[in-house]
Write a protein that binds this ligand. Structure first.
Ligand code: MN
Length: 232
């Protein structure tokens, strides 16, 4: 096949302890999936159905080793959101929750970096969140740990420090919608495909970073990522 332009590079993630890399297809994100974070965003954490937004695959940054990401344009309130990331190996639609984990390749630590001022302005005007969430290098993600190696973590401490100061600390067992439930609901709206990622939502403690800040995020059993915010 002859292409009219050079094809954009495939975005991939490291796989812990292995040479092969995981090809990233689409990036789905769950909104408000920890009650304490829903409250800090001014919302009632009753168990409404989960809702989703997306980032482009090109937002993904390989954070298997310490990495820098640029402070993005058009924001004065650039926030960290530490999250459990789920990688899909087998596609499907209308996946029942009790079969959902069979579709999971593995898990990683990731950051859903957010231009909070743009997101909230869009939210309050009833506009799409896109420019608050979907932009270049807004999803640094650590190496994937394969489910066949580590199983499916149901509870594990999740935390983020900025310049060594604690910012976010919770447990992935506090997800309002579990990984299996989120996959099940999502697959009813859109057929999942191999290579899709699901960012499962952030716990409370989201806050701003500025150029020069160093974020360290971790989930027990999934290692730690180190992400520095660089100048524009
Ligand atoms: Mn998020």
């Amino acid at each position: 096949m002859k292409l009219a332009l050079e094809a954009p590079a495939l975005n991939t993630l490291a796989v812990n302890g292995r040479e092969e890399r995981f090809p990233v297809n689409r990036v789905y994100c769950v909104g408000r999936n920890y009650a304490a974070h829903a409250r800090e965003m001014g919302k009632d954490p009753d168990r409404e159905p989960p809702f989703f937004f997306m980032k482009p695959a090109s937002a993904v940054v390989d954070a298997a080793s310490p990495v820098g990401i640029p402070y993005p344009p058009h924001t004065k309130n650039y926030h960290h959101e530490i999250e459990l990331v789920v990688a899909i190996k087998k596609g499907g639609r209308d996946i029942p929750a009790d079969r959902a984990l069979e579709h999971v390749y593995g898990y990683a630590v990731g950051l859903d970096m957010t231009r909070r001022d743009l997101q909230l302005e869009a939210r309050d005007k009833g506009r799409p969140w896109e420019f608050g969430k979907s932009f270049a290098q807004s999803a640094p993600i650590g190496p994937l740990f394969r489910a066949e190696d580590i199983g499916h973590p149901g509870a594990a401490a999740i935390r983020l420090t900025v310049n060594g100061e604690p910012r976010q600390a919770s447990d992935i067992g506090k997800l309002i919608w579990s990984v299996a439930e989120s996959i099940s609901v999502l697959s009813a709206f859109d057929e999942l495909q191999p290579g899709d990622l699901l960012m499962t939502g952030t716990p409370e403690g989201v806050n701003a970073v500025v150029a020069g800040d160093v974020m360290r995020g971790a989930i027990d059993g999934l290692g730690e990522i180190e992400v520095r915010v660089t100048g524009q």
